[in-house]
Design a protein around this ligand. Structure first.
Ligand SMILES: C[S@@+](CC[C@H](N)C(=O)[O-])C[C@H]1O[C@@H](n2cnc3c(N)ncnc32)[C@H](O)[C@@H]1O
Length: 299
């Protein structure tokens, strides 16, 4: 009997009021402003439908007004309730509680996606990027933010022997449970593996220092950050990037991605020695190197 792949651990925000506990009145206006500058810099124009993966309470959703529809998705049902309170009910916003590792969408239904302040909670980066790649159309735009392990403070601390992990090595560092910093090269390679081409990377949040934020006017600090974003010096704590879903020719498709569910036609994902349908959840065994689609496991 093939062993099912263990489910990736999830950083569960259920019940937390992320909006009031982290953002509102918490001295993070600077971060909010510089992130909006980066998003506007990377995402020009609109389209039919944008997916926000890990949207939280929809802090940034108003930035995507040029899209006909914005689909907010979060693992936490309560974040979706807060988002609904914040942005209201309308056909422009769709709220979905679901796991980003198992996106409940057909392939190629979004022309853009964002994932901001989310991937640092992901223990399986490749798996979640594969999912985003699957639901985007060819040429679809993906705006991704990730926490950067190779930032100035980490490099200085490492050089002075005050930090054990090496900010220059490519593997992720989990500094608190389910909180990861990533090397920019690691993220680029994972994106490439998921069928993306990275077009532009922008370093963000250079002045994330409480003393500075308290003493310098927020607008001035954000404008200075906006200028530094254009340098491309990837030494800030946060990196925003724009990647594009490339068209995969038949020779570039992975073996797992050529199959469709024989029962419902849905997409199949390989999990260990099984192919699992993302639509009807039927599972098919891979036994001794043979894909067995004659009947689902358990039938
Ligand atoms: C730090 S918040 C960021 C929210 C929003 N993107 C922002 O920038 O304000 C991270 C969000 O990711 C969500 N999240 C974490 N793991 C997830 C998963 N596996 N699937 C969907 N959402 C997830 C959490 O519920 C949380 O709302």
């Amino acid at each position: 009997m093939p062993k099912p792949e263990p489910r990736p651990r999830i950083c569960d925000y259920e019940g937390s009021n992320y909006r009031t506990e982290f953002w509102e009145g918490r001295g993070r206006d600077y971060e909010d402003r510089v992130e909006r500058i980066a998003v506007r810099r990377l995402l020009r124009g609109g389209g039919r439908r944008l997916l926000e993966v890990g949207a939280g309470f929809g802090r940034l959703s108003d930035e995507f007004a040029a899209f006909d529809q914005v689909v907010l998705l979060d693992y936490s049902f309560s974040q979706m309730q807060y988002a609904q309170e914040y942005h209201g009910r309308s056909s422009h916003f769709v709220y979905v509680a679901a796991d980003a590792y198992h996106l409940p969408f057909k392939a190629g239904v979004f022309d853009a996606a964002t994932m901001i302040r989310v991937i640092h909670h992901m223990a399986n980066v490749q798996k979640v990027l594969d999912q985003v790649g699957r639901v985007l159309i060819t040429d679809g735009v993906f705006i991704l933010e990730h926490a950067n392990k190779r930032h100035l403070k980490a490099m200085a601390r490492y050089a002075l022997g005050k930090q054990s992990w090496n900010p220059h090595s490519h593997e992720p560092v989990e500094f608190v449970e389910l909180n990861f910093d990533f090397h920019p090269q690691y993220i680029s390679e994972a994106l490439q593996g998921a069928g993306f081409r990275v077009e532009r990377r922008v370093p963000v949040s250079f002045f994330r220092v409480n003393a500075l934020k308290r003493s310098v006017n927020t607008q001035v600090l954000a404008s200075m950050d906006g200028l530094l974003q254009t340098t491309g010096a990837l030494v800030s704590p946060s990196i925003f990037l724009r990647a594009r879903r490339v068209e995969l020719g038949p020779t570039q498709l992975t073996t797992a991605s050529i199959f469709a569910c024989p029962q419902c036609g849905g997409d199949l994902l390989q999990q260990g020695d099984e192919m699992v349908c993302t639509a009807d959840l039927n599972r098919y065994a891979i036994r001794d190197g043979i894909y067995d689609f004659k009947s689902p496991i358990g039938d």
